[in-house]
Every structure is written in C-alpha cells, then in structure tokens.
Design a protein around this ligand. Structure first.
Ligand SMILES: [Zn+2]
Length: 316
C-alpha cells in the first residue's frame, strides 16, 4: 500500500489496469477448476452435498460470489461458444449467472430452449448491465425473479423475498381462511407459513410421528428394478425410525480420508450398504441414510461414470 503512494498518476492507472486483468484471469481459472471439481464430483468425496456448499465452506467464498461463479461456469459448460465472452468480461459474471438461473427457471416451468435459441439470447446480453438483462428477461417471462432472496436481518429475524404466481397467491389466501383458527387472527404470511410448516412437518418428518410413507428408495440407481424397489420398501417402521434417529436426520456419508461427515438434510434416501439385490438385509446395520448427492456418488463408484452420465448432468 505504501508503494502505491510513490506511483505517478499514470503508473497508478496502469497498476490498476493490470490488477483488473489479473483478476479476470483468476476468475477464469476458478471457473475452470470448479468445472473440473464438479465433473469429478470431488465435492461429494470431500463430504459436501454440493459444489456450492464446498465453495462457501471449504473455499470460503461468500454465498453470492459462489452462486455467481458456479452458475456462470454451468452456462459456459452448456454453451462453450460463449466462454471467450465470459472470460473476457463482455458478459459479466452477474449476467452469465442470471442467464443460467433464467434457463433453469424456464425449465421448471416446462419451457425448453433449443441450443441455438439459448445461444442467441445470451449473445443479446453481451455488454448489458445487470438491470438491463433483468428487464429483458422479465419481458420474456414476467415471473422471473433472479433469485429468491434470504437475508438475515438480526439473530431473530430473516427476510425472505420471492415472486409467486396469482394461482399460488389464491391458494394461500384460501389457506389463510381455512387455518384462521390456528393462526388466531394473525393474517400475515409469516404466521401462515409457521402454521403450514407445523402441519407439514407433522405429516412428513420420520423423526417425529411415525409416518406411513418412509423416505424414497434410491431412485437414481439404474440397477434397482421395479420389483426390487417394491420389496425393499417394506423396511419395518421400527428399523426406519432407528435409522433416522441414528443418523440424526442427516446424511451419513463420511469422507474416508478426512472423516468429514456430510451435513445435508436434503432429499435423504435409505441406501443398502450391501445391495438388496445381492442379498443385503433390511436391518438398520445394513442401511444408511444418504442425501441425493452421495447416492449419486455411490452409484458412480459402483456403476462407473459412463453409465451414470445420463442420470447425473454434473458429470458432463
Ligand atoms: Zn450427503
């Protein structure tokens, strides 16, 4: 910092310019590394449930920074033609990640884009600011919100922002009426979500009341024939409950090298350590609770990358 004081104004401008170019190069390297980590599923091996979790917890990136880099990387992965524009900065990270979010949101709405249409739309955003890009995307899809926002206001308050369709708004309005006896006249969305959460948790949480339907059985693995799934479903409720209690409702994957355990509570599935088809029993000793990601990793380790490519897009 002291050195900078001695620079002439031209030198200072040049120094800044060089630093900006270096930063761009570093970003490009990060995107390429992320892509390699993702295609090898290294985050899963290290006990993380996603690349995003590894980026924030292992590499210490902020949530926004991790999200932008990963989304931009995936856009470039799907559209290699734009790599240069992203790496050169004519398509900013923010715009690239917004485009990726947009295509994902459109896909959820069952709107698919041909590769050349995707490419044409991305090309149109070259040189555009975040705001202009957002405006252009809303003109195509009025409900598009760049990202649902969750912001910690204080240790006791979290603000959440998202956009909903009129249909969902109507359903929530109806629920406000139907649940008025439980919300006790408090007609805010916050109260409504609190009551809804209580009702749903009671319904689906295997750690609470013993539910009729236990969690799904490993759907990504190609070897699980229909009949096997049906037979395996009859894991006694007592065993199921034991399994959930032992796992504490969290994925049980542990990185054999570092002993780091995955913390994911997302989409947990029961997995037979010795496969059911090979005579593995449905006792809790032969079962483990694992998240989607680690289910995928197990499948890759058993069946190989090539076979799993069709099931796991990250392996591209
Ligand atoms: Zn996991």
């Amino acid at each position: 910092m002291h050195e900078l004081k001695k620079l002439s104004k031209q030198e200072l401008i040049l120094e800044t310019q060089t630093a900006i170019i270096d930063e761009r190069k570093a970003t490009t390297r990060i995107l390429r590394c992320f892509r390699e980590i993702e295609s090898r599923m290294l985050y899963a091996e290290f006990g993380y449930s996603s690349l995003y979790e590894m980026a924030t917890k292992h590499f210490g990136l902020s949530e926004g920074s991790a999200h932008r880099r990963i989304s931009a990387m995936r856009l470039v992965r799907d559209l290699p033609e734009i790599a240069e524009a992203v790496e050169g900065g004519t398509i900013s990270l923010t715009v690239a990640s917004m485009m990726q979010d947009f295509f994902r949101a459109e896909k959820r709405e069952k709107k698919t884009y041909a590769m050349e249409d995707k490419l044409a739309l991305v090309r149109k955003m070259e040189g555009k600011s975040k705001r202009d890009c957002e405006r252009a995307l809303r003109a195509i899809s009025p409900l598009f919100e760049t990202q649902e926002r969750e912001r910690v206001l204080s240790p006791k308050a979290i603000e959440v922002r998202f956009v909903m369709s009129p249909e969902l708004a109507a359903k929530l309005a109806k629920l406000k009426g139907l649940l008025a006896h439980r919300t006790k006249g408090n007609s805010t969305y916050a109260k409504l979500f609190e009551v809804m959460a209580e009702i749903v948790i009671e319904e689906v949480d295997p750690q609470g009341k013993v539910s009729e339907e236990s969690p799904a059985e490993n759907p990504t693995s190609p070897a699980r024939e229909r009949g096997v799934v049906r037979r395996a479903r009859y894991i006694p409720r007592k065993v199921n409950r034991e399994l959930w209690r032992r796992a504490g409702g969290r994925c049980e994957y542990v990185d054999p090298e570092t002993n780091k355990r995955c913390e994911s509570k997302w989409g947990l599935e029961r997995d037979h350590v010795v496969p059911f088809g090979q005579g593995g029993s449905s006792s809790s000793e032969n079962l483990r609770l694992i998240c989607r990601t680690h289910n995928g990793l197990a499948a890759v380790q058993v069946y190989g990358r090539e076979k799993m490519k069709g099931y796991l897009p990250a392996l591209k």
